[in-house]
Design a protein around this ligand. Sequence first.
Ligand code: PLP
Length: 389
Amino acid sequence: MTNKKYLTRWNSSLQNNYGKPSITLVKGTGILVTDADGETYMDFLGGIATSILGHAHPSIVKAVTKQVSTLSHVSNFYAHPNAIALAEKLTKMTGDKNAKVFFCQSGAEANEAALKLSRRTGKVRVVAAQGAFHGRTMGALSLTGQPSKREPFLPLIKGVKHVPYGDIDAMRKAVSKKTAMVIIEPIMGEAGVIVPPQDYLHQLRQICDKNGALLVIDAVQTGMGRTGDWFGYEYSGIKPDVITLAKGLGGGLPLGAMIALGKAADLFQPGDHGSTFGGNPVTTAAGLAAIDFIEAKGILSKVERQGAHLIQEIALIPGVKEVRGAGLLLGIELESLKASDVSDAMRDAGVLVNAANPTTIRIAPALIVTDAQIAKFISTIRKVIADAK
Ligand SMILES: *Cc1c(COP(=O)(O)O)cnc(C)c1O
């Protein structure tokens, strides 16, 4: 089977909601993936910030294999040690003694859960950011601030207002005593890796406190060590009311979570929400294995150091306008080249990245990426941009 043959089969059997994939991946180890034609690539997108330990990581393989051959599913009628252990890990990371976790499978579901939780405050209004991405299901899509994704599916949930990201005065005007929740990404990922002003989250916390609104941090993309800390907001010193996670949480397996802190942890009552696979023994085993590895190997400080190095080096490349982000979630803004052209040329040169918007290349490699692989990435993108100019 070749890439071309797979693509024909894909096109005739899968819906066209994603557009056409360019290659079919069949194998991966660490940061490397192989396509159906036998070509190997350095995966600098990591399944979109998902495979945090890379592909086929021994710790994940071992944990999943052990669990799937012991007990693969229990339903929500019964407890399971892995779900408990992972919830304990996550709540500890928040530093909040009352924090409690709801498990699901995806980012959209985590944000749906947060939206429902906010209804339990007795209020219904929500404020979110223009350009933000919070998922595609109808509730999550109502929070998403991208008109092209929303407009074909109107009407969405009422009462959601979108204000410019990073503009604290716009937030101050939009949030009132009637606001149930404000949802914000610490760094907007899908929008093109947009970083807010340094004191934005801190001021947003004050606005939410003043109005009794829940502050929901959507850490689906920034979470699990990607920016050099666990959730991507810690630098601000704030404590959110809710943190949503998915993408990297399951170490490459489908796992999401909605963590509620403080009083928000007690808003849901029995029967309020649920998910059949939520907290599944196998996905939570993978999540635990990923966190254990990150902690044991000091990955967070490595990520921070590598991110600073990448920003510094890539910003020097002629044709690059700026580099945004933190740790291993970076947006490379191009001066004049089309991001999709550069992304295609990078793939042909053996490196997978994506065009987060028409002028921005996004990278989100596995957190185990080595300095040598980063050096190779920098020389490849330098050459690709030089050749394309
Ligand atoms: C990807 C993403 C989501 C949606 O996650 P899915 O698992 O695709 O539903 C939500 N929020 C943010 C910030 C994301 O990056």
